[in-house]
Design a protein around this ligand. Sequence first.
Ligand SMILES: NC(=O)c1ccc[n+]([C@@H]2O[C@H](COP(=O)([O-])OP(=O)(O)OC[C@H]3O[C@@H](n4cnc5c(N)ncnc54)[C@H](O)[C@@H]3O)[C@@H](O)[C@H]2O)c1
Ligand SMILES: O=C/C=C/C=C(\O)C(=O)O
Length: 486
Amino acid sequence: MKEIKHFIGGAFVGSASGKLFDNVSPANGQVIGRVHEAGRAEVDAAVKAARAALKGPWGKMTVAERAEILHRVADGITARFDEFLEAECLDTGKPKSLASHIDIPRGAANFKVFADLLKNVANEAFEMATPDGAGALNYGVRRPKGVIGVISPWNLPLLLMTWKVGPALACGNCVVVKPSEETPLTATLLGEVMQAAGVPAGVYNVVHGFGGDSAGAFLTEHPDVDAYTFTGETGTGETIMRAAAKGVRQVSLELGGKNAGIVFADCDLDKAIEGTLRSAFANCGQVCLGTERVYVERPIFDAFVARLKAGAEALKIGEPNDPEANFGPLISHKHREKVLSYYQQAVDDGATVVTGGGVPEMPAHLAGGAWVQPTIWTGLADDSAVVTEEIFGPCCHIRPFDSEEEAIELANSLPYGLASAIWTENASRAHRVAGQIEAGIVWVNSWFLRDLRTAFGGSKQSGIGREGGVHSLEFYTELKNICVKL
Ligand SMILES: NC(=O)c1ccc[n+]([C@@H]2O[C@H](COP(=O)([O-])OP(=O)(O)OC[C@H]3O[C@@H](n4cnc5c(N)ncnc54)[C@H](O)[C@@H]3O)[C@@H](O)[C@H]2O)c1
Ligand SMILES: O=C/C=C/C=C(\O)C(=O)O
């Protein structure tokens, strides 16, 4: 049985306590490995290793030298593409067809993009007048923030972790990563790539374990971490923010959502159906940017529901190696219980179940997996928990609307504000509506189209701060002003 260890100070190490937990395959329920659970001692060792590395060669390197090493990290991921793919799909159960064109390539791109960006960022400078007429010159310099705690979720494990580690390292920080307990493999494998690429020991550390009263809490309570970047549930974000308040440490939070899709009658229906199918069901609905509320203009409501139903029913459920599969399992049985409780709630609240609503029949060798049917409802009240709470499963509720104003009001009615997708061929309407949606990201006639130079993050309870492009610099560096009297 594979044993998964921490990566601390450039070495793979087990826990002093000898505590291990199971890594379970979501596709068949079998134990695929045993993972060391970090105690305070391992978290402390990782933070110390990061602090020491910051004072070592990494902190003194030029941007160009660091960028070259990070390019080697990206190339190292690409060179071991199949191993990363295998590991990611073992952990998550997601189809290889999905991970091979999203998760793994983005894992590599996250290092390249930020390494290149850093080489081309200028700092501000202001000349000022002084009473003696000689003047003064102000200029900004950016310095690494220090040791960054990176806490990441299980839905896109390599993508979301490297989305933070890439810019953090490019800016000269050292990191301690706490991947989700559900998905320890790719973060661990990345340790090998870091070593081979020449990243000095202690720059990239990984500690495994759970959230509360385990590695996650030990990391967020550790006094020698300078800042935390977190992606996960809004409630966890609140807990991390509280822990970070001690010592006034900065947080970057990418949190939950209950994203709205708005489909106008003047849309290109083929595009709207294709995009909404992906936004509701890709990665078995476990994408923070996914659409769980769909608002459709009344004249095309029935046609839209019928076509989305047909699309959902045509999804091919299967295990990662099935080349035809485009729909995998949920991450765990625990998460399936949560998703199925909403499926039940929808029925109790009087929904029309357009399709799905239960557990699919699977062949015997996959019967132990966390499978669930893609599900569509109509007919729920706007205040049903199914319509207001993040389910994080392959499901959406579709509701008709009659005017632009009504659609905007419905989209903005919840305390979340992560992402939205608008479908219309009317360019004025697209801009007008997009500008009024309370969300950090609005797509028009697309979904999950990502340019890594753009600002990424949520408004309202979907997060604090923006990452992506130069925006990542704001979080991962300290901007210092130097004022020189001439
Ligand atoms: N906004 C975004 O960019 C984005 C992206 C992906 C996922 N998400 C959100 O993530 C959630 C799904 O991921 P999840 O279930 O892994 O989230 P989660 O909040 O349960 O866990 C995320 C990470 O936090 C750790 N953690 C949990 N409790 C902790 C604590 N008390 N202290 C420190 N660490 C703790 C977990 O071990 C895990 O590593 C959804 O809500 C989804 O919307 C948001
Ligand atoms: O599940 C959430 C997906 C987030 C995606 C990104 O953070 C990204 O594309 O950079």
